[in-house]
Design a protein around this ligand. Structure first.
Ligand SMILES: [Zn+2]
Length: 274
């Protein structure tokens, strides 16, 4: 499995931000049988999953999809900027940042600890539905404290990008790079599709958090899903689509480098190396 793949006129490269530790309870899987099937244990272990980002290069752009956690989630995360620089991709050479959604492990890495943009020359692109939910609402409209915390964080990380931020609808945002709404995990959660020469890659953000569990039980959400039922419907729709047409996917929380093909097996799904 390689870190880079060619799609149309682009090269897409996975960059790790690190690894995030959570618990199976965090999956919202409160059915013991399901938990045990996943962990092989009656005492679910902490779960650790990858935090990936993807760099799309070619056709005059160097576009980063998501930014990881920045310095907000401890030393096992926030490694993206060092990894980019080590690969010869200076931060001021990034032309665009495309966000799948405004959650801390995807957008906090827009700024450093002083609130300065990590990517001083990048245009920031987000789906209009996602931007509206996190950036435009008053605190009194937040359904709960977590969402309010994340709203404040989203507004803070976007502040230095305000004059170069673009809200897009479904469809082409950059040549051969398309936004597609897949709501539920967040109201405007967005897949970014890279296509060209009859080939395509779907960078599907947080469609899957816990690979084994959610491929076997795609109806199970994650505790930070804003609308778990809508998220499950989006997940099942995308799994059906990419398994039927054999679209390669790239996931922020699939094991690094995060590329996969999805196979359908009865009512379940399985992962095949891409
Ligand atoms: Zn995430």
């Amino acid at each position: 499995m390689t870190d880079s793949i060619a799609i149309g006129g682009y090269t897409v490269t996975a960059f790790s931000d690190g690894r995030l530790k959570t618990t199976i309870e965090g999956a919202g899987a409160n059915d013991n049988a399901v938990i045990c099937a996943f962990t092989g244990s009656e005492n679910p272990e902490p779960v650790i999953f990858a935090v990936n980002t993807f760099l799309i290069e070619g056709r005059g752009v160097r576009a980063l999809v998501d930014t990881g956690c920045g310095n907000t989630r401890g030393s096992s995360l926030g490694k993206l900027t060092a990894n980019l620089m080590a690969a010869g991709k200076p931060l001021d050479s990034i032309t665009h940042v495309l966000l799948t959604h405004f959650h801390p492990d995807h957008s906090n890495g827009l700024i450093d600890g002083a609130g300065t943009a990590f990517f001083p020359n990048a245009e920031l692109i987000a789906h209009e539905t996602e931007a509206q939910f996190w950036l435009d609402s008053e605190p009194s409209q937040s359904p709960n404290a977590r969402i309010e915390r994340n709203r404040q964080a989203a507004q803070e990380v976007c502040a230095p990008y305000r004059k170069r931020m673009h809200r897009v609808k479904d469809g082409e945002a950059l040549p051969g790079i398309l936004a597609r709404l897949s709501p539920g995990h967040t109201p405007g959660h967005t897949c970014w599709i890279v296509e060209g020469n009859g080939d395509s890659l779907m960078i599907w953000g947080d469609t899957i958090h816990l690979t084994r569990l959610q491929l076997a039980h795609p109806e199970i959400g994650f505790n930070v899903d804003v609308d778990p039922a809508m998220g499950a419907a989006s997940r099942m729709r995308l799994l059906d689509q990419v398994s039927a047409d054999q679209t390669r996917v790239a996931g922020m929380h699939l094991e690094f480098p995060g590329y996969a093909h999805i196979l359908k097996r009865g009512s379940n799904y399985a992962l095949a190396e891409a």
